[in-house]
Ligand binder design. Structure first.
Ligand code: GUN
Length: 287
């Protein structure tokens, strides 16, 4: 048994972060006489996206950030989405813009994300934002990986020198996660569906960030003793129970730290969106 186990409690850490952000938002309002403003574009009826966007709206209201959700039907054309994004890009009171993913298949998400100006790219999905992250010079970093780093930071877990494995290579999680860990001095391996022997990489890792999108596909037997496990997955199993990409049973007796599902990375993602919005709002007032 490892000497101790640390639950990486994203629910607690995000609520602490939101408390300090609400002070920051109040200061911003006093200083500039206006409210930071977040604009969320949602296209279609994806049920999970509807829930996530609802959480984003509620959290923004909690800390005093103005949020506006632009709901577009699933038959909206590329041109229509692009003109909405271009209009928001020009409006001076808009600090942050995001297009909730996934969007319907007939739309080109990369082209849409490219239209969000760097200064308002609150999700950091554009090529400029990802390029800046690559150069360790980012303004706003994709909220899920940024939330993982904030969670590690809160528990004083220093990744420098660690062998880190990221499972998943998406633009939303895997790629920015790998860059953040690399920038923080970890030795990073990115595993994905074409990886030859994923389990051998996991078995040797000091830190594993699992964003595979497969319910409970790893379990305690896969991890090195004393390692740190961050679970980005969220699913409902056949009994409607919420589960992650990692089966949690017995983890606390083997690894040294792990994030739960629910209550781990999920709440951190929302808190980081608010943090990014406030950061971008401040930066826009400086120029
Ligand atoms: N879909 C799942 N996670 C995210 C996210 O962080 N941002 C956006 N825009 N879409 C998502």
């Amino acid at each position: 048994m490892p000497p101790s186990f640390q639950l990486l409690d994203g629910k607690f850490v995000s609520s602490e972060l939101k408390k300090s952000l609400s002070v920051g938002v109040a200061e911003f309002k006093k200083l500039y006489g206006r409210t930071p403003s977040l604009h969320v574009v949602i296209v279609g009826q994806d049920p999970a996206s509807q829930i996530y966007v609802g959480h984003k709206e509620k959290a923004a209201a909690q800390i005093g950030i103005e949020s506006r959700v632009h709901r577009l039907s699933s038959t909206t054309t590329q041109t229509e989405v692009e003109s909405l994004v271009l209009q928001l890009a020009q409006e001076s009171h808009v600090d942050g813009i995001l297009v909730q993913m996934p969007i319907p298949k007939h739309l080109n998400s990369a082209r849409i994300n490219e239209l969000i100006p760097f200064e308002k790219d609150v999700d950091g999905f554009s090529s400029q934002a990802l390029g800046a992250l690559c150069l360790n010079n980012a303004k706003a970093v994709a909220c899920t990986p940024a939330g993982v780093m904030e969670l590690l930071d809160f528990y004083k877990i220093q990744v420098q020198g660690m062998d880190a494995v990221v499972i998943g290579r998406s633009t939303i999680v895997g790629k920015p996660m790998a860059l953040l860990l690399l920038n923080a001095g970890a030795t990073v391996t990115v595993c994905h569906t074409k990886t030859k022997d994923l389990y051998s990489h996991v078995r040797n890792a000091d830190l594993v960030v699992v964003a595979a999108g497969k319910p409970e596909f790893l379990n305690v037997s896969h991890f090195k003793k004393g390692s740190i496990v961050i679970d980005v997955g969220i699913h409902r199993d056949s009994n409607q129970k919420i589960v992650g990409d990692v089966k949690s049973e017995g983890l606390e007796k083997h690894v040294s730290a792990a994030s739960p599902v629910p209550g781990g990375v999920g709440p951190m993602t929302i808190a980081m969106l608010l943090k990014n919005t406030l950061t971008l709002a401040h930066d826009r007032m400086k120029v």
